[in-house]
Design a binder for this molecule. Structure first.
Ligand code: SF4
Ligand code: SF4
Length: 281
């Protein structure tokens, strides 16, 4: 299990613990201020991205030191984890407020408001996190049209997120000051800053899933549909076998490859049962 499970999940999956979505945690003023600041100052994320590109020019030892510092800070304030669809369904089964918001990463990378992110919360009154997001209307980013902030039922949100899977979008949960979880995002490595940071710049800001994908070679027909959607370059094609293989060292366990396999040849295994990947986060 990842260190968050041990620290914030009582040894179970931390993102399936309802208390981590609760209004009690959100009532912390420092946390609320962080959320408001995060959504109101996207230019800070742009600067972070520029810094990460500049880091590539530093000597390797310095890069590793800086990257470690960034990861430690992000684990405190805003860290994510890849989560497969069935666990997204479990999360949506207990939160009672879901609001779709424009993705701050796509705002920066594409200059457009794309509603790929979902604010979720759990509160007796229906969820304060949604209220905070909606209260940001005038200050969110540089004044985009925020009419896209829609309230969805959990079922509608699940259907929308499942519909992203053929395009390879990988589901992730996000803290706003750990352990409060305020959002579910749907990411690809082209547009998402967190994925770019983690995969491309080796600055870890999200954990791998608690799962690893495996292919049944008997069932695989080598169609390569799975390769097209994997954001992590974890799937290779064997010309000799005319089948794919999944590298457990690269697999983040998102399960998106599984959802597009016409042969149902891919399954997710508990990371702890895959020796090569058990300690990889
Ligand atoms: S999508 Fe399924 S059948 Fe096609 S290559 Fe991947 S594992 Fe094999
Ligand atoms: S191989 Fe792993 S990382 Fe790639 S899509 Fe499948 S589950 Fe996700």
């Amino acid at each position: 299990m990842c260190e968050y499970c041990l620290k914030h999940g009582d040894g179970k999956r931390w993102y399936l613990q309802a208390k981590n979505y609760s209004d009690d945690l959100l009532s912390d003023l420092r946390r609320r201020h962080f959320i408001e600041h995060f959504f109101s100052h996207p230019e800070e994320l742009t600067r972070d991205l520029e810094r990460m590109s500049q880091m590539q020019r530093l000597p390797g030892m310095v890069q590793r030191a800086v990257s470690g510092l960034v990861t430690r800070r992000m684990k405190r304030v805003h860290f994510g984890q890849v989560v497969p669809a069935e666990e997204i369904e479990q999360i949506l089964g207990f939160v009672n407020s879901v609001v779709r918001v424009p993705c701050i990463c796509r705002h920066i990378t594409l200059g457009r408001e794309e509603g790929y992110c979902y604010g979720v919360s759990l509160a007796p009154n229906g969820g304060k996190f949604a209220e905070i997001l909606q209260a940001l209307d005038d200050s969110f980013i540089t004044g985009p049209d925020t009419s896209d902030f829609e309230t969805l039922t959990p079922h509608e949100a699940l259907e929308a997120m499942q519909a992203y899977e053929p395009d390879g979008l990988c589901h992730t949960v996000w803290t706003f000051h750990a352990p409060f979880i305020g959002g579910i995002c749907n990411c690809d490595r082209t547009d998402c800053l967190a994925m770019l940071a983690t995969v491309q710049h080796d600055v870890k800001v999200m954990f791998r899933a608690e799962w690893v994908a495996e292919v049944d070679p008997e069932a695989c027909t080598g169609c390569r549909s799975c390769m097209r959607v994997c954001q992590f370059g974890a799937i290779g094609f064997s010309a000799a076998d005319q089948k794919v293989r999944i590298d457990p060292l690269r697999c983040y366990g998102c399960g998106i490859c599984r959802s597009v396999c016409p042969q149902d040849a891919i399954t997710l295994k508990d990371r702890r049962e895959v020796p090569a990947a058990a300690q990889l986060w």
